[in-house]
Design a protein around this ligand. Structure first.
Ligand code: SAM
Length: 360
């Protein structure tokens, strides 16, 4: 059965709490909602399907591409079906993706002769190379139809990726699914005639007015043993960026990350909410809620994040209209920390918090 919407696997995505988010918003008299940190677009897609006029914003290009596909596209599925069929029928070619990310099956291992692991089996990177070039020949310039095809490619590639939920390190052994062929499907978008918008900006540059702004910033970590292990999303999903841009960038490190997403020293790869300096992150919250002082704001955050929940109560103060917290499943990465030097035993169970703020 096809789901209501299509999503990549994405650290911190809010698919599971979408019903809670929608129920908070449905209590209010709002029409226009901004998803300020849209990531996988889980929340943007759900808001659109519920009839809101949606703004979807995110700093990375892949989220803009998903937003164009799921929010802005007005071309029916029947137009894309033959294009997708043609893309699926292509013979693989050796190209940039194969050179950087394609690996052979070394008796079950993904470690290649250069001692590096690869995220895809080589028959699949050859398909990525052929399909991505063909998409550029269908549409040399950026357009919404091109975004639909690239979304379809990323969704298919995500299904065979040999990673741990992010693209900073890859699995040592090929999984069964990594041997499957990449097969594109027409994305499951719904067409409406509402005036949705898609931005690729930092939240601080959004000037349009919305009745409610949903903010789901990167959480960072309060784990003092691993201050640098905070999630840097630009780096976590660098392959999606490269599939969108098809710009054959220089790469660095064991995971062959894009040079521009690889290091803390590159400003564009770090968010104001992922900074190591706690004061700076707290000030980013203050600045953000002040920026949307005329709107309701709904914020999700958890109790293991960079800023403490007590501090958020202090920052949000008189604007708080409602607040709930609930237990949340630990993500795979937290459980994957096996080195006792970095592992911390938490006194409190993991809890997700939702704060609803009134206009000031
Ligand atoms: C917790 S994730 C959002 C997940 C999203 N709600 C979903 O369901 O997939 C936080 C996202 O905010 C993005 N981000 C970080 N700083 C940002 C900024 N200043 N403006 C907009 N987005 C930002 C990060 O790249 C990251 O993907």
């Amino acid at each position: 059965m096809r789901r209501d919407y299509n999503l990549i696997r994405y650290a911190g995505n809010k698919r599971k709490i979408v019903p809670k988010i929608l129920s908070f918003i449905s209590e209010l008299n709002v029409d226009k909602v901004l998803d300020g940190f849209s990531g996988s677009t889980a929340v943007s897609q759900a808001l659109k399907n519920d009839g809101y006029v949606v703004g979807s914003n995110y700093i990375a290009v892949y989220s803009k591409v998903f937003g164009e596909c799921f929010l802005l596209n007005r071309t029916p599925q029947s137009f894309f079906a033959p294009l997708i069929e043609e893309l699926n029928s292509l013979t693989g070619i050796d190209g940039w993706f194969t050179e950087h990310y394609g690996g052979y099956d070394m008796n079950g291992s993904s470690v290649q002769e250069d001692n590096k692991k690869r995220p895809f089996q080589i028959h699949n990177t050859k398909r990525i190379d052929a399909i991505r070039e063909k998409i550029d020949s269908f549409y040399p310039d950026d357009c919404i139809e091109k975004s639909v095809l690239i979304t379809s490619l990323i969704l298919a590639v995500d299904k065979v990726s040999n990673d741990m939920g992010h693209q900073v390190s890859y699995l040592k052994t090929w999984t069964k699914k990594s041997a499957n062929d990449i097969i594109l499907e027409v994305p499951n978008f719904k067409i409406d005639n509402l005036n949705h918008k898609v931005y690729q900006k930092t939240i601080f540059d959004i000037k349009d007015k919305y009745d409610l702004v949903y903010v789901d910033p990167p959480y960072g970590t309060s784990n003092k043993k691993t201050p640098t292990s905070r999630v840097r999303y630009q780096s976590y999903y660098h392959i999606w960026t490269t599939i969108c841009l098809n710009d054959k960038p220089n790469t660095v490190g064991v995971a062959n990350r894009r040079y521009d997403a690889s290091s803390d020293t590159i400003k564009s790869s770090i968010s104001e909410f992922e900074d190591l300096d706690l004061k700076y992150v707290e000030n980013s919250f203050i600045k953000m809620i002040d920026q949307f002082k005329d709107s309701y704001i709904l914020i999700s955050y958890n109790n293991r994040s960079k800023v403490t929940i007590d501090k958020l109560f202090e920052i949000f103060d008189k604007r708080i209209n409602n607040h709930i917290s609930f237990g949340y499943k630990e993500n795979a990465q937290t459980n994957a920390v096996s080195n006792s030097k970095y592992k911390i035993v938490h006194k409190e169970p993991l809890k997700e918090h939702l704060f609803l703020l009134n206009p000031a």
